[in-house]
Every structure is written in structure tokens, then in C-alpha cells.
Design a protein around this ligand. Structure first.
Ligand SMILES: [Fe+2]
Length: 335
């Protein structure tokens, strides 16, 4: 039975607490602050500051259905800092230890930090950390194509929100195709990885919750459609991407619809120098999106995705289309 004091206390807590993702207590050895959850209908501290966190504990919380966690608003930054320190450390020691284990940790921490970046895309520290970590991961993964499939499978299983997962998945595919095509030198790899990975940062203009709903308002739809331009505005002068790569970001949805394709200039047009790279980034994005679930639809088959890609680029880029089909058929065969 709730007494009046409980009710007052709970109301006060309701004001002071802010929800966190269950994932935000993964990867840290101890809690940097008190963690709250609902216990028998009341908000209570379930992990005190400096409580040890291990796999067993995380499993128990899930079993007790305590996945909806909260922290005091002022403590949120402590949790964020702990995870960012983790990301910095893993980035520095990426080449030490088991490559798959390291890549798995790095991708999960990067995805967490992507969430922090979406909360405030103007924060230079968060952006710099993300860029540096993504750069290191690019070279690391480019040299280890043998772990891509397993990494993909395990990353999907993590169940990150698709808004934060999609940039990594599409970029992993891009890296794989680039590796297969043997067309690029290392410096290119890093730049294309960053271009692909940060192309959707402009979507941070729309609150993440709204992406779970298929029916956005007209205003949201306009914002969403302008995300490539917003991405460029957020990144310009703040990341080590040359103008040509920002141009790719600006055009990264050019292949998304057949009607847009009709407006494309010929690939031999000198004004369309980055046509091929833009096409690759756009196509990898489309396949990554179609082959994964969304809150409002199930994943499509690889066959259906490639069929759409054939319609989009088959005529203009027949050789590249074959390369893409070859890559994906091999990739998904092992999954
Ligand atoms: Fe996009």
C-alpha cells in the first residue's frame, strides 16, 4: 500500500529522473551513479553508485524485467563520459587482442556515442571522438574482411535502434565491396568510410522516437527529406572530409528512387566525377535498409533488394552491378 510520503517522494523522483537505454550500462565495470528502475510500481535505486556490472547482473535485470532504467538528470553526463572513455580506450587499443571481440566492442560503443551525438550534434568533443574512432575502425575492418560476416550477425543481434545501426551496416557493406573491387588506396578507404558513416547525421533534427512511427507529420517529412543538406551543414568545417565527399553526402539519396535517377547526368559527364562513389554509398545504404527490420515493417529478402538495385543502376553501371551482386551473394551465403 502506498502511503502519502511514498507518493510525494515518487512525484519528486519523476521530475528528477531521466530514462536511459539499458545498453548504456553495458561495457562499464561499475556504475558511475545510482541507477533506478520501477520495482513493484515504485521508482527505486536498483544499482548504487560504484556497483559492479557483469553479464550475470545484466541477465538478472532482464529476467526481472528491469530493462527500463533511469538516472538523475544531473548524472546522465557521468554515464555518457564513462562510455566515451571506454570508446577512447578501445579505439587506442583496437589492434590488441581478439579482432572480432575488439570490433564488436568498438562498433557497439560507436553506436552508443552516435546516440549521444544525435542528442547534440553541435558538440565538438562528441563529434571528434566519433570521427577518430570511426577512422581507426575503417582501417581495422578493411584489413580484416574475414570477420565482417560474424560482426554483422552479432551487431544485428544487439538490437540497436535502426537510426543508429543503419550508418554502420551500410558502411560495413561499402567497405566489403571496396575491398573486393581493389580499386582504392588506404586513404580513400578512410574518407569513404567517414562519408558513408556520417551521411545521415542530419536526421538528428528529428527526435528518435518519431522514427518508430511510419506516419510522420508533413513538417517532419520535409525535415527528413532535407537530411542530406542538414548533414553537410553539421559536418562542414568540423570533420576532415574534402568538398567532394561532402558533395557525395549531399547527393546520397540520388539513387533512392527511380524518378530521381531520370535526372542524373551521364556517368561520363565530367561534372559527375563522383557519380560512381555516390552510387556505391547510396546503393549500400539501400541494401542495408531493405535487408533489416524496421519497427513498422519486416526485412525484405536480399533477392528483392538486389532486384531494386538492378532497376536503379543496372543499365548505367552494369559492371559495378555484377560486382555488387557477387559481393552480397557471398556475404549472405554465410549468414
Ligand atoms: Fe540518408
Amino acid at each position: 500500500m502506498k502511503n502519502p510520503f511514498d507518493i510525494l517522494e515518487q512525484n519528486a523522483l519523476n521530475f528528477k529522473l531521466t530514462p536511459i537505454s539499458f545498453r548504456e550500462i553495458f561495457f562499464i565495470a561499475e556504475t558511475p551513479c545510482d541507477i533506478y528502475a520501477q520495482v513493484d510500481g515504485l521508482l527505486k535505486v536498483i544499482l548504487h553508485k560504484k556497483a559492479e556490472i557483469n553479464t550475470q547482473l545484466l541477465k538478472e535485470l532482464l529476467q526481472k524485467k528491469m530493462a527500463n532504467l533511469f538516472v538523475m538528470q544531473d548524472d546522465r553526463k557521468l554515464l555518457r563520459l564513462a562510455q566515451q572513455e571506454n570508446l577512447t580506450n578501445v579505439t587506442r587499443s583496437l589492434s590488441i587482442g581478439d579482432p572480432l571481440e575488439k570490433a564488436r566492442l568498438q562498433t557497439n560503443l560507436l553506436t552508443l556515442n552516435m546516440g549521444y551525438l544525435y542528442e547534440d550534434p553541435t558538440d565538438d568533443n562528441v563529434l571528434n571522438l566519433q570521427v577518430q574512432s570511426a577512422k581507426n575502425l575503417a582501417t581495422f575492418l578493411f584489413n580484416k574482411p574475414q570477420i565482417h560476416e560474424t560482426l554483422y550477425k552479432e551487431y544485428i543481434r544487439q538490437g540497436h535502434h535502426y537510426i543508429f545501426a543503419q550508418p554502420f551496416l551500410s558502411t560495413l557493406f561499402l567497405l566489403g565491396v571496396m575491398k573486393n573491387s581493389r580499386l582504392y588506396i588506404d586513404k580513400d578507404i578512410e574518407l569513404f568510410f567517414l562519408t558513408s558513416y556520417f551521411k545521415d547525421i542530419g536526421m538528428s533534427a528529428i527526435p528518435v522516437e518519431k522514427y518508430n512511427d511510419e506516419h510522420l507529420t508533413d513538417e517532419d517529412k520535409i525535415l527528413l527529406a532535407s537530411h542530406p543538406t542538414l548533414s553537410v551543414n553539421i559536418l562542414k568545417g568540423r570533420v576532415p572530409l574534402p568538398p567532394n565527399h561532402l558533395k557525395i553526402i549531399e547527393n546520397h539519396h540520388i539513387y533512392s528512387t527511380l524518378t530521381n535517377q531520370m535526372n542524373l547526368s551521364s556517368k561520363d559527364d565530367p561534372n559527375n566525377i563522383f557519380g560512381f562513389e555516390t552510387m556505391m554509398i547510396s546503393v549500400m545504404d539501400t541494401v542495408a535498409a531493405m535487408t533489416t527490420d524496421r519497427p513498422f515493417r519486416k526485412a525484405e529478402s536480399l533477392f528483392k533488394s538486389l532486384d531494386l538495385i538492378r532497376l536503379l543502376i543496372g543499365e548505367q553501371y552494369p559492371q559495378e552491378f555484377k560486382l555488387i551482386v557477387f559481393y552480397f551473394k557471398n556475404f549472405f551465403k554465410t549468414l
